[in-house]
Design a protein around this ligand. Structure first.
Ligand SMILES: Cc1ncc(COP(=O)(O)O)c(C=O)c1O
Length: 470
């Protein structure tokens, strides 16, 4: 009997969480159950997910910014069908495939002319690993500098330049010669760069954790210092690239001229892993410097036809549907509409972002009842309030969003760039309603928070008993 994928899915959909608890990451299953994210999605289209009963969920998470063109875009889907139908020779390896050449050509049309060489790989973290190696090989230096609060992926090299201690804990020792400097601190940056030990200074144009933007001309000055001391500037565009911030690349907002950029996530339209390092030819050739080093950095699946075809189709969709401009205008509208809620809800401290990468930060409210709820949650763990809102948005309004990072009162949204008035109105209405519900303390919204408190305390008690037992 031939393999029947449709039958398999039809007969077993719904077993998702049990299968994962048994065979995969059961801690993630526990968390999803506690925060009420243990839904079973059956279909997806554009900015919407549908569960088994056909209920629609607004996807303002976009698979962490994978779905800039929306889910299951027909043009990207057709490219996959075409690749399969053509029975193309794939990953011959000792040849040069047409599709990877074409995708490199198409990507370079979207980057400034000084960036003229592309390396393909499979994930954001892998593109950061590549950038680290290219920078070290090109400068002959070992040091890597990054910013506090940064996120660059979870493989060992990427983790070494990570600015969030939480992710590094328990995995050391990582790469040597990696240091971090505080955001917006030019004096600290110059102090480190002037040692001339650093191959690269890596930044996310807009930091994903917290959606943080630089103050004033920090990036321009940082670039000047990098030039002065011979350090390469790497812009990690894994999340900010491909239109997310309302420009093709995040660095364009500050007129930067990075030496290396990393690209991933949305590059293949959300179907197939696909990532790239884009740099100057002079830097690239320092890695592939001799005939015997022609594959000294490579990855078996890096230029595979499915990824390349999806990349080509995705770039065309972004262009044809004018998604970069759309992210800019629709993002500005969404940001303005959320900001307007500030007049009504004293819980909102700030709404910030660029394009369709938006954060809503909260602080202690003025109203007495809500302040009691706020203090109750913050006494246990700072991020419980944000998580309560994220859970409220999903459970009461079927909106997917996320907490922006550890220890933050920040909710983050990354909608697909295709959204319009319907999606904006749905989100703003849902947020307004969830914040209205917070006015009642005690009340059903705070009960969600109380449930997290119960689980958090249970976890701490278990950890304490384990420590004592150890
Ligand atoms: C800026 C940035 N760099 C790198 C990564 C790692 O990408 P991946 O998860 O594909 O390895 C991420 C993922 O969120 C990211 O946001």
């Amino acid at each position: 009997m031939s393999f029947d994928l449709k039958g398999l899915i039809a007969s077993r959909l719904g077993e998702n969480y049990d299968l994962h608890a048994r065979h995969l990451n059961r801690t993630l299953v526990d968390v999803q159950r506690i925060i009420g994210f243990d839904r079973v999605y059956a279909n997806a289209q554009g900015a919407w997910l549908y569960d088994l009963e056909g209920n629609a969920y607004l996807d303002f998470l976009s698979g962490y910014s994978v779905y800039n063109v929306g889910r299951n875009h027909p043009s990207v889907k057709r490219a996959i069908h075409d690749v399969l139908e053509l029975d193309l020779p794939n990953m011959v390896q000792m040849d040069c495939s047409l599709l990877s050449g074409l995708l490199a050509e198409a990507l370079l049309k979207k980057t400034p002319p000084h960036l003229d060489a592309v390396f393909f790989c499979n994930s954001g973290a892998e593109s950061v690993e590549g950038a680290i190696k290219f920078a070290r090989a090109a400068t002959g230096r070992a040091g890597l500098l990054s910013l506090d609060g940064s996120f660059h992926g979870l493989s060992n090299g990427a983790l070494s330049v990570m600015g969030d201690e939480h992710f590094r804990e328990g995995f050391g020792p990582l790469l040597q010669s990696c240091e971090r400097v505080p955001k917006n601190d030019l004096a600290a940056l110059e102090k480190r760069l002037s040692t001339r030990q650093f191959a690269a200074f890596i930044i996310e144009p807009v930091q994903g954790k917290g959606v943080n933007l630089p103050a004033g001309d920090f990036y321009q000055q940082a670039q000047r210092l990098c030039r002065q001391y011979g350090t390469l500037l790497v812009c990690d565009e894994v999340q900010t690239g491909l239109g997310r911030t309302g420009r093709w690349w995040g660095f364009e907002h500050w007129d930067l001229e990075p030496d290396i950029i990393t690209v991933a996530k949305s590059l293949s339209g959300g179907y197939v892993p696909c990532a790239a390092v884009i740099t100057r030819r002079s830097i690239y050739q320092k890695t592939f410097s001799r005939l015997d080093r022609c594959v000294v950095h490579s990855s078996t699946f890096g230029r595979n036809n499915l990824a390349m075809a999806c990349g080509l189709a995705t770039l065309q969709v972004i262009e044809e549907e004018n998604l970069v401009e759309r992210a800019r205008t629709v993002g500005a509208e969404l940001l303005a509409r959320i900001s307007k809620l500030k007049e009504k809800h004293s819980l909102i401290k700030e709404v910030r972002g660029l394009g369709l990468m938006i954060a809503i930060e909260f602080h202690e409210p003025r109203e007495m009842a809500m302040r009691m709820g706020w203090k109750f949650l913050h006494k246990v763990e700072p991020e419980l309030f944000g998580q309560m809102l994220v859970t409220g948005l999903l459970s009461k309004h079927r909106v997917l969003s996320q907490l922006a990072g550890h220890g933050m009162d920040v909710v983050k949204i990354l909608p697909p760039l295709i959204i319009g008035e319907k999606e904006i109105a749905h989100f703003v209405g849902a947020l307004d309603s969830v914040l209205d519900a917070c006015r009642k303390f005690p009340g059903p919204m705070w009960d969600l928070g109380a449930n997290f408190v119960k689980h958090t305390l249970k976890r701490s008690n278990t950890a304490e008993s384990a420590t004592k037992a150890g």
